[in-house]
Design a protein around this ligand. Sequence first.
Ligand code: 0RA
Length: 648
Amino acid sequence: MSEEAKKPNYSADSIQALEGMEHVRMRPSMYIGDVGVRGLHHLVYEVVDNSIDEAMGGHCDTISVTINEDNSITTRDNGRGIPVGLHKKEGVSALEVVMTKIGAGGKFDKDSYKVSGGLHGVGVSVVNALSNHLKATVHREGKVWEQEYERGKSLYPVKSVGKSNETGTIVTFHPDESIFTQTIEYSYETLSNRMRELSYLNKGVTITIMDKRQKDKDSESGYVQESFYSDEGLKEFVRFLDGNREQLIRNIIAMEGEKNGIPVEVAMVYNSSYTENLHSYVNNINTHEGGTHLSGFRRGLTSTLKKYADASGMLDKLKFEVQGDDFREGLTAIISVKVAEPQFEGQTKTKLGNREVSSAVSQAVSEMLTNYLEENPEDAKTIVEKVKLAAQARHAATKAREMVQRKTVMSIGGLPGKLSDCSEQDPALCEVFLVEGDSAGGTAKQGRDRNFQAILPLRGKILNVEKAMQHKVFENEEIKNIYTALGVTIGTEEDSKALNLDKLRYHKVVIMCDADVDGSHIETLILTFFFRYMRELIEGGHVYIATPPLYLVKKGSKKRYAWNDQERDEIVESFKGGAGIQRYKGLGEMNAEQLWDTTMNPQFRTLRQVTIENATESDRIFSMLMGDEVPPRREFIEKNAVYANIDA
Ligand code: 0RA
């Protein structure tokens, strides 16, 4: 299909509204990304985006989102309300046009920063098309107006149902099960995280979320609910993100203003960790792949700090050059820009392409930092010291990193001795299992299909990269083995830490651990490593978690596996008494054939794909989890990753 045909149709007098709406139902992924968990939640963001737009225009300060008992969603705002008057060209109410015409959803005024690319900003009509029922209620012009729809088709003309001296829009929609076949169950956690994020990104707006499926007798409404309001915006966001880290300077450095007509907001702080922690947003959308605003930030930061450090003479004794990433060790920063016509590029369309944004951000950051350094000489000294230490550590790590690289570049001979490789040569067809422990590794090796499945046993607990300096990470034996086995190299011309996946040897990397506390911990450690050092691997959809069964239920020659207690009980019941239950405490308790049948055979296994739902939140949680305590991994997983059940 041509690029043109993939885009939603934005031209005003194009094919009929109906056809547009039907196209959304026919090809929903083109409009909302996918029809899984992500797309389902995207419907809510789409409506809330419109409310946020009202807030950004200064017309709205309160937004609420309610998950109803039946998984329908109600959003409310006190904005101007969707116009209800006659839309001359279409001959129906503007509300009906906004709700039923693809691409007409946008504002009629141009002073808002409505997103026109990426996945957001496709319009409420898309939500309408993908809902089996939607009701819009508008308070405007002294009245309450209403219209309902089924699968995007209006059931009656817009009608007035009462009086009101307020303004605002209320939308209740129920996602269509025939579109969202995987699930229509909303995650409170996911929505709540996004609402918190939005409140930091749009200070002064109160955003409330309520879950009518969950009772809470201590809350005002009797249901689980939270309310977010941020007075200081990004400053508070940075404070929240770094809540589990040790702050190195007295204040959070922040600026807000307009440069070359582009609204720019930045907040940053240094902490005692070794990780760089940058998050960037364009029109409230997290730009995972970065782009011009992020490179502008980096440039401004490097040049300003370098200038200051050089002038201070503190780096005079250093025998090598300080590099860009030295300035970012232990840095947590958020960059948020508003761009009228953003161009999104990259694999996931989350990389900002607009050239003019780079210098705007760079200038803003230079001004902000120059001021701060001048006014806070002690903090300035702390920062330069930190940069110096980072440079020295990097220098020490270079050797270790080169070892990893050199090994990886080598052909078969360089593969780790512990790797049992597969015979297939096409990476797209190959899988590697990272297996906890040598004994389970042995079983997996016997049980696998050696044509396309490779096994890499990992000894015990791998290094906690969250607490280790870079050179320790690259010196770690198990981690070196992972790099080498996967064929992943580090460092490009642009960025010494960037990942190179061109030579990735397996398109599926499966973490296979025991279903016990230790197994969970190891799984978390491996995920932390991937998140910090191979994030692109996760983003590319290459990381999976195997799900070994918890029980074997046996009666005579009848055998069935169960993955949870409920399944176990159902099987026991179906066997009508006399069944024996074996609880698998580890992979090692299964023989090769059982492991193949239940966990490795693509025909019967369930792999859970690891995706990063919210990088900012994941970051915070990894820093917390891998700090000094090791809380249960279950909790962490639920919060951090969306697992798509795939039977691949
Ligand atoms: C079109 C035009 C105007 C506002 C909106 C749509 C609007 C849409 C949504 C969706 C949820 N809440 C919303 N609030 C407003 C401009 C209205 C005017 O010019 O008065």
